[in-house]
Design a binder for this molecule. Sequence first.
Ligand code: NAP
Ligand code: ZN
Length: 347
Amino acid sequence: MLVHAYAAPAATEPLVPTTIERRDVGPHDVLIKIEYAGVCHSDIHTVNGDWGPQPFPLVPGHEIVGIVERTGAEVTRHRAGDRVGVGCMVNSCGRCANCRGGDEQHCSEGMVPTYAGTDRDGTTTQGGYSTHIVVDAGFVLSIPEGLDAAAAAPLLCAGITTYAPLRRWGAGPGKKVAVVGLGGLGHVAVKIAHAMGAEVTVLSQSLKKQEDGLRLGADHYYATSDPGTFTDLAGRFDVIISTVSVDVDVNAYLNLLALDGALVNVGAPPGPLTIGHAFLLTQPRRVLTGSMIGGVALTQEMLGFCAEHGIGADIEIISGDQINDAYRRVLASDVRYRFVIDAATLA
Ligand code: NAP
Ligand code: ZN
């Protein structure tokens, strides 16, 4: 089936309208008519070659919400007419210990990313900046009633990427959580950490978005451009989630952790993360770790949590011809707080 999409023809080139082929609906597949696709900073890293060579032409997009049009004969979980979502992966081996443990994103054979990956049939995956997608039913999430379709789309990546480490590292009542960077991931992290009951602090480059940060659920807001921030907050936090998309000095943030606190890096900047000295991890004892999206079951749990707490992303809906401008604005930290493409404008 030939469908409309927006693709990057080559690295760093602007995206252009195109058509791509979607595979026939197999017995385990779901055909989804896409309603909305979020613009994640990872799409921009990928297109810009920050993460190495990619298969071009490339259709990005891994924050997908739409309506099921058709299902394969073996599919029981989803039916035509259901509202569903697809995140950053569309397949995995399903047999290894990590897959069986619910960490399909860490499949030992390699999970299949939603775009720029090699699917199990050998074809290159193409993402959600498109009118339709065909996905194995095991990687199709149910969107709970009550979540707005457009505001839910970013939850499929930004939501699970922040929910997973907040849950794992115990964000909740009595815990002090800091979120570094108030962008797509960061603003969802603030909402989720607040809903989990934690005391939330935003660490942003400036105080420009302070009012928004407090409205989103933060209790405190500091500018990282002010050196006083790093002395005032030394030893303060139980959990710090860094969503920064550029190379970042993790040492400054390690110093803000309390005993046994964890600095979780979820940003994916191109350069190395360098630890200045072992004492930063030992005096006091601290954890430096990372996190990548989350498994299928945890993603479904996150969607339920967000529906229960009325959490969606704060979004600006754009049409296909505004994607390149949206990329420029994300790179300039001028996003409030996620661009979401209306897929109806791609045809
Ligand atoms: P985003 O909307 O662009 O947010 C990134 C934030 O980083 C910005 O809003 C900005 O916050 C801060 N920032 C940007 N430039 C900075 C600079 N020069 N110095 C300090 N801070 C700066 O991007 P996103 O979509 O949230 O993604 C964030 C990162 O997470 C990207 O690298 C992305 O690839 C990665 N990611 C990882 C996963 C995963 O599974 N681990 C999943 C999705 C995305 P302030 O303006 O508030 O300072
Ligand atoms: Zn993403």
